[in-house]
Design a protein around this ligand. Structure first.
Ligand code: SF4
Length: 364
């Protein structure tokens, strides 16, 4: 497959230019077009000769994929659908090394959430997911492949709000730390002075706790982290999230205790409330014990029912009592507002219906 330029470092872009007989400084021009000006086509790169652009286009894929669909919620939330050809093999070069027959055509979603002066993009890192959480629509769809760094970055470049995005959260489809190398490359591009030059404080990576990769992520970046916790009791959590059998959440919390979250960097815990499953006083107390002494925040999330899942969301009153009990013990705990419910903005729901949406979507 042709290598994708989006996601390459300046050194790699220079090598790419040299490989097609263009001068080394074209690497710098490419970096500026890709990362500062967010070009979506070679044609826009007007300070590179037409012949040079043709040589580049013959040897490389720009890596920017435009969305194939979009829905707008009544509350302004926008959900984009992106076609992807992804590889089941992990690693930065997996896409390039794959034969076309080994790539799987799929679709992922990115959700833009406006909130006063913020524009946050919820980004996908994999097509489907292999973590198998029993309450998750994406998990139900199975695993189709890892996104390349270009496919991750493309979501940030190709949405209508690309120039106005203030934050990115890796909370879309997939487990980001299961696609570690492409995630870290995307974050490098997003935060490097030669890249998007974002502060790492603008980026949050959500994980269910892939422990070895989490350690490397914590050591290698200064981005915020959000851990999907959902149940403090090991056996119950394992029935919701099979990852618990490989990496216990208590070990994840122990790892987090080794890092400083009293300054700019933040850790939060996502806790989806399932009626009669994880919303009792005993659960709140176990959660308090688990997180005691760690500077963190807990976000309680309403569950959006998915087909054939035996779960219902907890009633508001139960959520409020749970929140108040956790808060009384010094842990900041909030009930997260639901956004984009009318366009199925909950995890994995758009891509799961992309065939229908292709026919029905309002274009935006
Ligand atoms: Fe994967 Fe996250 Fe869904 Fe679990 S909740 S199956 S990790 S996408």
């Amino acid at each position: 497959m042709r290598p994708k330029l989006l996601g390459m470092t300046p050194v790699q872009l220079k090598e790419a230019a040299l490989s097609v007989g263009l001068p080394a400084f074209t690497g710098g021009q490419l970096a500026r077009w890709l990362y500062t000006r967010r070009a979506r086509s070679f044609a826009e790169m007007t300070d590179i000769s037409k012949a040079g652009r043709e040589k580049l286009a013959a040897a490389f894929d720009l890596g920017v994929t435009l969305p194939s669909g979009c829905q707008v919620s009544r509350d302004g939330t926008k959900k984009y659908l992106f076609p992807v050809a992804c590889s089941r093999a992990a690693g930065l070069d997996a896409y390039v090394e794959s034969r076309p027959s080994e790539l799987e055509e799929s679709a992922v979603e990115a959700v833009m959430i406006p909130d006063e002066d913020r524009r946050t993009l919820c980004v996908s890192s994999q097509a489907g997911c292999r973590m198998g959480c029993t309450f998750c629509m994406t998990g139900r769809q199975g695993f189709h492949g890892h996104l390349s760094a270009a496919d991750i970055l493309s979501q940030l470049v190709a949405v209508d709000e690309a120039a106005d995005l203030t934050n990115a959260v890796f909370m879309g489809m997939g487990e980001p730390l299961d696609n570690e190398e492409n995630l870290l490359r995307a974050i490098e591009v997003m935060t490097a002075p030669w890249g998007f030059a974002w502060s790492p404080k603008r980026i949050t990576v959500s994980t269910i706790g892939v422990l070895p990769a989490l350690r490397r992520f914590l050591d290698g970046t200064r981005c915020h982290v959000a851990v999907s916790l959902h149940d403090p009791f090991p056996e119950e959590r394992a029935s919701l999230m099979p990852v618990q059998k490989a990496w216990a959440v208590a070990d994840v919390v122990d790892l987090l205790r080794q890092y400083d979250f009293t300054g700019q960097r933040r850790v939060s815990f996502e806790y989806t409330m399932f009626a009669g499953v994880n919303d009792s006083v005993a659960h709140a107390d176990a959660l308090i014990r688990l997180l005691r002494g760690l500077e963190c925040r807990v976000n309680l999330i309403r569950f959006h029912k998915i087909p054939d899942a035996p779960y219902e969301t907890s009633p508001d009153l139960v959520m409020e009592r749970f929140r108040d009990r956790v808060s009384r013990h010094g842990i900041t705990c909030t009930i997260r507002a639901s956004r984009g419910e009318d366009i199925l903005a909950a995890c994995g729901m758009l891509a799961g219906r992309h065939e229908q949406l292709k026919n029905k979507d309002e274009n935006c």
